[in-house]
Design a protein around this ligand. Structure first.
Ligand code: NAD
Ligand code: LMR
Length: 329
């Protein structure tokens, strides 16, 4: 029997990432070719943004996707999030050259307060929320705190782009395929303080530190290259990453919904207090997923170097959180 459609809300649907994202969701690349979706797309009320959204919807029509069961375009978060089963919060300002993502905090925070409240009021009680808009971890925290009737665990931030970058850079270094790499972790904030930890990682069955064979390269080149990749893309393209960000959003939601079959992936999730990360901080951790639920990989040993790196990215998140405390009341 055919599956009933699910509702997928996407904010900023006519932006760079939105344009690389909604067609793939509509084509069944996120939730499966057997899962019909109703796209509920939000854009700013300005004429230009609404006209661009209309154009996106015209193109979606023109694709005649078998899995696209309906669509809504709106400037009202309560319409976009009505009964949403999945919500991808992309719409926010991107940074430009010379900025850090946290420089966007005050400007973008308002968006996530409003959208958290709207999700709280009208979304499915099981809505799975992915925050992409930067600074993603703290925006996810803001949305979560603005939606007290929804389970906190349903609010996540995108660390998957960082995870994918970490895998790809390691594959290049070792001359192996990305599919040879398992158990990658990127701890912490989606910012240059993130900590790509390869201690448990294997490359075609060999422990990654041995496959790399040069700890100085790992610490002094690999970690900063992964951490500063967003800025490198901005410098090269003159605009922030879009297709790779959309791809990571698809990976994150697909794995959350459909399961990783034991594979580790990184998600930014509200802390349960483990690994010395205070409760509720949205922090990148390794997870596996099954039956629509993520589960932290537990009990990993944290050595001194890792503790220092994990505390550094934590301190930045706590600073961001303190910066928005007054907005959250
Ligand atoms: P963009 O400017 O091309 O598009 C953003 C879109 O969102 C625009 O169309 C804008 O009209 C819309 N928008 C703005 N405020 C909105 C609101 N309140 N409600 C609905 N729509 C709204 O930007 P982009 O390149 O698509 O990037 C979007 C965000 O994603 C930025 O904050 C960027 O920094 C972030 N980003 C995050 C990651 C990550 O890994 N977490 C990766 C890439 C980009
Ligand atoms: C990225 O990592 O590519 C995005 O967060 C965009 C940015 O500002 O770096």
């Amino acid at each position: 029997m055919a599956k009933a459609p699910v509702r997928v809300a996407v904010t900023g649907a006519a932006g760079q990432i939105g344009y690389a994202l909604v067609f793939r969701i509509a084509a069944g690349e996120m939730l499966g070719k057997d899962q019909p979706v109703i796209l509920q797309m939000l854009e700013l009320p300005m004429e230009k943004a609404q006209a661009a959204l209309k154009g996106v919807m015209m193109e979606l029509d023109d694709c005649a996707f078998p899995t696209l069961a309906g669509m809504v375009g709106t400037d009202d978060p309560k319409v976009a999030f009505k009964d949403a089963d999945y919500a991808l919060l992309v719409g926010a300002k991107p940074r430009g050259p010379g900025m850090e993502r946290k420089d966007l905090l005050m400007e973008n925070a308002k968006i996530f307060i409003e959208q958290g409240k709207a999700l709280n009021d009208v979304a499915s009680r099981n809505v799975k929320v992915l925050v992409v808009g930067n600074p993603a971890n703290t925006n996810a925290y803001i949305a979560m705190k603005s939606a007290p009737s929804l389970p906190s665990k349903n609010f996540t931030a995108m660390l998957r782009l960082d995870h994918n970058r970490a895998v790809s850079q390691l594959a290049t270094r070792t001359g192996k395929a990305v599919t040879d790499i398992e158990k990658m972790i990127v701890w912490g904030n989606h910012s240059p303080t993130m900590y790509p930890d390869v201690r448990f990682c294997t490359v075609a069955g060999t422990a990654a530190p041995a496959a790399i064979g040069d700890e100085a390269w790992y610490r002094n080149e690999y970690i900063p290259t992964v951490g500063k990749r967003g800025a490198a893309i901005i410098a090269a393209r003159g605009a922030s990453s879009a297709a790779s960000a959309a791809n990571a959003a698809i990976d994150h939601m697909r794995d959350w919904a459909l399961g990783t079959k034991g594979k580790w992936v990184t998600m930014g999730v509200p802390s349960d207090g483990s690994y010395g990360i205070p409760k509720d901080i949205i922090y990148g951790v390794p997870v596996t997923t099954e039956a629509g639920e993520y589960k932290r990989v537990e009990g990993l040993a944290i050595d001194d170097y890792s503790r220092t790196m994990m505390d550094k990215t934590l301190a930045e998140l706590q600073e961001e959180q303190a910066g928005v405390a007054s907005l959250l009341g």
